[in-house]
Design a protein around this ligand. Structure first.
Ligand code: NAP
Length: 299
């Protein structure tokens, strides 16, 4: 099987390398073509000029681009060149509607489509330990097995097209609630004058702990928020969750609150910081109280 990879960003470049290690990578393509040429000459694969040329030279295409419109642009450019029986796997985080639109663009040509968003960050992409949440036909899922096995460790099929994106959106809502709770709790602990390292060490082993508490509360102790998972990207994902819930006439409180907080962080220039920067807003609640004993800014 020869696989083409489209979108050599922070995630995609590592994923393409893992396909190469598995002996599957035939071609790479990136909007900024220099990145594709450099990687292709390093790995010894093709870097065709156009998506149509990628489509006609492989048995499957994996893509990992930024957002909904980007996925549809790439799929529109691939569709005419893909042969019947081939497969497109989209690992970008986008809406379930976008996944269904991509399926509808490819299906008339007999091309399978699998939405396959991932979780595990750049480290997971690099180490091929991603959790991959897929949606599509059983045939597409079966066809994708060798490819997905080269990219991740936990691979789940949730149901028809769009189900993978729905599972990823579920994960993003959880991340929002957890990072908010961690930030608020740490700002509270600081206002109480607690030794924050000890709070992290001790509560990190308690029932209220989480991956975010253990790995991101230390950012709050240090007052430094290197990405990580960028505020801007999580805001994009929560916008998707908002739209998906709005189809039921529902506004989810956690999603709405965090979109508000992220919008504030972005407007202050913190959009490229890790989402643990939410602590900036929570500590201000206490700093602004003006009550005796309240922490002072940068104290
Ligand atoms: P990134 O570093 O910003 O890379 C984005 C890639 O998409 C680049 O190769 C970019 O090309 C390409 N692209 C964007 N718009 C395009 C378009 N219209 N046509 C063709 N190519 C286009 O992003 P990333 O961190 O790799 O994330 C990619 C996807 O994975 C996103 O949906 C993100 O939400 C998801 N994700 C990210 C993480 C993470 O920790 N970073 C974790 C899980 C999931 P150029 O090089 O030309 O800009």
């Amino acid at each position: 099987m020869r696989v083409g990879f489209v979108g050599l960003g922070a995630m995609g470049a590592h994923m393409a390398r893992n396909l190469h290690r598995a002996g599957l990578l035939g071609a790479v393509w990136n909007r900024t073509s220099e990145k594709a040429k450099t990687l292709a000459s390093e790995l010894g694969c093709q870097a065709p000029e156009t998506l149509a040329a990628v489509a006609s030279s492989v048995d499957a295409v994996v893509m990992c681009v930024s957002a909904d419109d980007d996925v549809l642009q790439v799929v529109r450019a691939l569709a005419p060149g893909m042969r019947k029986g081939t497969l497109v796997i989209d690992c970008s985080t986008v809406g379930a509607e976008t996944a269904r639109a991509a399926y509808n663009l490819l299906q008339p040509g007999g091309v399978e489509f699998l939405d396959a968003p991932v979780s595990g960050g750049v480290e997971g992409a690099q180490n091929a330990t991603l959790a991959i949440m897929t949606g599509g036909t059983s045939e597409a899922f079966a066809q994708a097995q060798p490819i997905l096995a080269a990219l991740g460790k936990t691979i789940a099929h949730f149901g028809p097209t769009g189900s993978g994106q729905a599972a990823k959106a579920t994960n993003q809502i959880m991340c929002a609630g957890i990072i908010e709770a961690v930030s608020e709790a740490m700002a509270f602990a600081r206002a109480q004058g607690l030794p924050l390292e000890k709070v992290v060490d001790t509560l990190g082993k308690g029932a209220g702990s989480s991956w975010y508490f253990v790995h991101r509360a230390p950012n709050m102790v240090r007052g430094a928020y290197p990405a990580g998972f960028r505020v801007r990207l999580h805001a994009k994902d929560l916008g998707i969750c908002r739209d998906m819930a709005a189809r039921f006439g529902v506004a989810l409180p956690v999603v709405e609150r965090m979109l508000g907080e992220y919008s504030e962080l972005v407007s202050r220039g913190y959009g490229d910081e890790d989402i643990s920067a939410t602590f900036r807003l929570k500590e201000e609640l206490f700093e602004r109280s003006g009550k005796p004993g309240a922490p002072k800014k940068d104290a």
